[in-house]
Write a protein that binds this ligand. Sequence first.
Ligand code: NG1
Ligand code: MG
Length: 512
Amino acid sequence: MAALEGALSFKPSPSVPLYTDLSAVYKGVPGVEERYKQITESFKKAYGAAPEFYARAPGRVNLIGEHIDYEGYGVLPMAIRQDTVVAVRRVPGGTELVIGNVEADKYPTQRFPANPDQPVDVANHSWANYFVSAYKGAFELLRATRPDDVPQPCGLEVMVHGQVPTGSGLSSSAAIVCASMLGVLSAEGVAPEQLDKAAVAEAACKAERYVGVTSGGMDQAISMMGQQGVSMHVEFNPVRGVCVVLPPGATFVIANSLAVSNKAETAPKRYNLRVVECRLAAVLLAMALGMSREDALAKVRTLRDVEPLIAAAHNGAHDGATCAAAVAEHLKESYSLAELEEALGGKPADLLFAAEPGSVRALQVAEKDKYAFPLRKRAVHVYTEAQRVLDFRRVCEDASLPPAERLAQLGRLMSDSHASCAELYGCSCAELDALVDIAKEAGALGARLTGAGWGGCMVSLVKDEQVDDFVAAMSEKYYKPRVESGSLAASELPEVLFATQAANGAALLVLE
Ligand code: NG1
Ligand code: MG
């Protein structure tokens, strides 16, 4: 799929901004001063002094491009206003990391040694594992970028406050990992202008895998590089972003299905399994297209890696439809583990995933469940979804079309994406499908799940003048019955159903 270079696009600023004024980073967001006061008070109460600085990183909503970042394909998210703040004080000579949370009842304080080489206890998943992962990742970045000048770890006192709903597909995990990593790097003496956003994003992506999910890099990239008012076409290897301006006249509305999807805990049967399936599909497809078994096993990591072979077999064509046709021609609908072993000439766990405990675990669970790997559907989703991302950006940048027509096309791409996620990738759920149907009935131009799926949020594109009616209709049809049955408090409605604008990415703050 060809790269795009458009007129209405621009690159994000390269280094992390340092603010001394809250209103500069949170333009127009209400209640920010109060919130920071509360974080500061919690900090003082826990540690007897004020924090030295704050690092913050937002969640995100992905507009299109689901489950393709780990296959090497670009995605199109935007940062949202909800973020995680990490308040930090250094303890020179200290040997501990003390990680507190403003919501101490829900997230109790945890202590770890100030040792970047400590393991992360994946078996006992805890909220503070995300901080430890970021801590390790921060030192890995320092060791890689300034090997002669790696600082001696100091003790840290930390207070976290997160606003991104967890398990909802809005990337609360990337928000805490990115904010924590910035906090650690800054505490270890790295100046904001030396913090390259893309490099931190890349390091944060690797670091987040310590919690046991074999994730792609979208969330960390947009959390670091997001910019107010624009979405971003994020590409990988290396991580880079181009800001994409959406046509005027419509708003994205987020709605939480209220089905919680805890990705770290469900990874072996869901997220990590999908990553495994894509790798298997890529290797088998490469072999079917003439690559030797040895080369395919050693060199093919993603479906994107197979594109040149598809192009060679199709007179140079490698658009989404051509790639999908190649998949349909060469891959079976599904494979048992025994068939995979036969086709690969050995056990997949040994041949392809020996260095990836998360993938090996997924294969073990699949074996126990006698799972049939539906590789054809998975690969068709990836190739067609990658094409939809490029189409989405192209529509945004096509000034020859009137905005209303562009918005209608964007909506259709979003709805097609949802259908593909649900039918081919199997990452939707009954609640999300119901919400998408309700959204379309309520007048959305398009609607789709966002993030990993299996629960969490969906995003709709709605004409500006219809937003109020749309929110009222969604509330009536999906949320009112839940309020009546007592499963949702009426006061929580604004947190589960809200219109959103693209907000700023990560930043450091030094306040009075
Ligand atoms: P969420 O929904 O934030 O957990 C996950 C992955 C992304 C991407 C999407 C699916 C992490 C941190 N994020 O997002 O990299 O693969 O699913 O498109 O695992
Ligand atoms: Mg996440």
